[in-house]
Design a binder for this molecule. Sequence first.
Ligand SMILES: [Zn+2]
Length: 281
Amino acid sequence: MIIVLVRVRYDKRMNTEKKRFRIGFWLLLVVLIGVGAYITWSLQQKQVEYDQKAATLETQSKIKPPTLKLDGSDKPVYLITPDLLAQGNNWGLVSRDHPLQPNFTPRDLVSTSVAHGDKGTDMQVQRHIESPLRALFAAGESEGVELMLSSAYRSIADQQNLYDEYVAEQGVAAAKTYVATPGSSEHHTGLAVDFATASDECQADSDDCSLSQADAAWLLENGPKFGFILRYPQGKKDITGVGFEPWHYRYVGVALAREMAKTDLTLDQAIEQLTADLKQR
Ligand SMILES: [Zn+2]
């Protein structure tokens, strides 16, 4: 009799524990779904915010803001202010044909907190790209992609040194292909970064950094979600003036980056469309 009673109590306890486990499991699942939904929502919210801002401006202003309808893309990108196209701003074009003023210095540089090469030295970016950069690194980490920066802001004087070094080692032709002439590098703006696959070698010395093919593919797909575009794609040297650089990304903001990702256009072409639209007014 006693044995039977103990057994019943034991079974009851087991049942309650099972129930508790089930409740716990479902609660955890609900929380996880909630967190996932929140992240998706907040990313979408940024785009919505941008669109709303553009829409408000459109109704307030008598002059309709120019829009960029990229080939192959179904959604126009609004130019909130022509200021976006100014040197050192999100859509400001910097290339050999569009060099920066010799006295150009970007505003508001901050030391980035993401992993980077040249341990012990600071790497700087414009303040407003620090948070998208951190978000990109976090997204990579969550998918097993560990990144580092091998380069970020570079002054015009630093670029001169880099260019001279390259010429000495590889010759003028190679330097012209792979190193921007001082004043024509996007790195002067604090809006361009070079990505690398995380490694101890890279952390110690940024000259020893390299980007794996898998990480390059991940960046190509995911960079635009955070506003970063591949600036020098393969087979576009005639347009960009620079050979394929799978590691070099330029921040242009989420709206333009997402639309550009649906097309085959380089930043040079996208900006050309935008300015053509402006000139027509
Ligand atoms: Zn670069």
